[in-house]
Every structure is written in C-alpha cells, then in structure tokens.
Design a protein around this ligand. Sequence first.
Ligand code: AMP
Length: 217
Amino acid sequence: MIIVVLGPPGAGKGTQSDLLAKELDLPHLSTGDLLREAIANRTPMGRLAQPYMDRGELVPDDVVIALIKERLVQGHPPTGAILDGFPRTVAQGHALNEMLAELGRRVDWVIYLSVPTEELLERITGRYVCPRCAATYHLRGSPPRTPGVCDVCGAALQQRPDDRLDVARRRLTVYFEQTAPLIDFYRRQGVLTEINGEQSIDAVFADELAAIPPRHR
Ligand code: AMP
C-alpha cells in the first residue's frame, strides 16, 4: 500500500508516519530526513539542497523526484511505503503517479492532517529533536524530563535550523502556495481522508487506523 501523509509543517507528519510505518510494517520515506542526511554527509545533493532548506523554500522538483524514484522504483521496489513530505507540489504529485503507473501501482491512500494555522507556528518553534536517536519533543506539549536532554539516550537536544521563527513563517507561506493545492488534487482522485490533527498523538493515530480504506485492512 502506498500512503501519502500530507499536511502543513508542524502538523505531525513525521510522528504519524513513524507510527503508521510500524503498525503497517511499511518503510517510512521522508524526503526531509533524506535531504538532512545528504547535508550531514556533505553529498553533492546535500550541498545543492541546503540553501533552499535554510531559507524555508522547497528544493527543486527534479532533485526530490529523483530521490524518491531511486527508493520507490529502482532496485528492489518495496511492497509499499509511507511517504512523508512528498509530494509537496502538484508537479511532484504527477511525477509520483507516473512512476507508480510504471509499476502498475497507484497512490492508495492520502492522509491529510489538518491543523489550524495559528497552532502551527507554536508547534514548529517549540519542537526539539535528539541528534543521536531522533526522538522529538515539544517545549509545551511533550517536554523532556530534564530540560535540553533526551529522555531516551541522554544526548543534548537541538532545534532544527528551519524551525526558527523567521524560517518557519516562510515554510508556512510556501506550504499554502505550493503544497496545499495537492489537497484538491488527491480529493479529485478519491483517495484523500482528512484527519483532525489538532488532537493528541494517540487520538490522531486512532482516527487514521479507523479510516484505513477497507480493502487494505
Ligand atoms: P520536512 O522535514 O518535511 O519539514 O522538510 C524540510 C525541508 O526539506 C523543507 O522545508 C524543504 O526545504 C525540503 N523538502 C522536503 N521534502 C521536500 C519536497 N518533497 N520537495 C521540496 N522540498 C522538500
């Protein structure tokens, strides 16, 4: 099953994708994580992507399309995947449909996590991540037991550079201009379920499980 998790920055795409990947035993493909890994490893793709990410802009379509194609189509294509943060433009949506069609497959289900805009900036700017084990925290919602220290592995927590207020604002604008049109794109394809993302992590996840299209349960 190919699942796309769609929503604005701060809606909880990464957290929910992780939970779904474990529950459904599917790989979790996050273009944001792949790009951050490329930057950390100083690869040519990382060098190309970094200035866009630092500004809160989207990395060019051809770069992210190639990144996903490599994992979804080439080599040994997985039986399914949870796509987190891809597609982010209608052009990427078309490219995804085309690459899946080559495999005789399609996007089976799109989860759209909706969260009021006022709530998003608060969520993004309060988010801290563990650089060692990738656990995520929120200063208000789910703070670590000791401020600044990961509960799981004890490493010093960090804020993503693009979670700072000015860049976060730009990411939200970019989302509404370039990514939000995908909501209609997938609604028209009859595969979109809107989930209220303004609930606890567990409640959002329960709503998702209840909404899995019947033929995939
Ligand atoms: P995320 O971790 O999903 O919030 O993504 C962080 C940043 O990576 C975004 O602000 C973009 O700069 C870049 N990025 C991630 N996915 C894509 C994509 N599908 N298309 C273009 N840029 C992306």
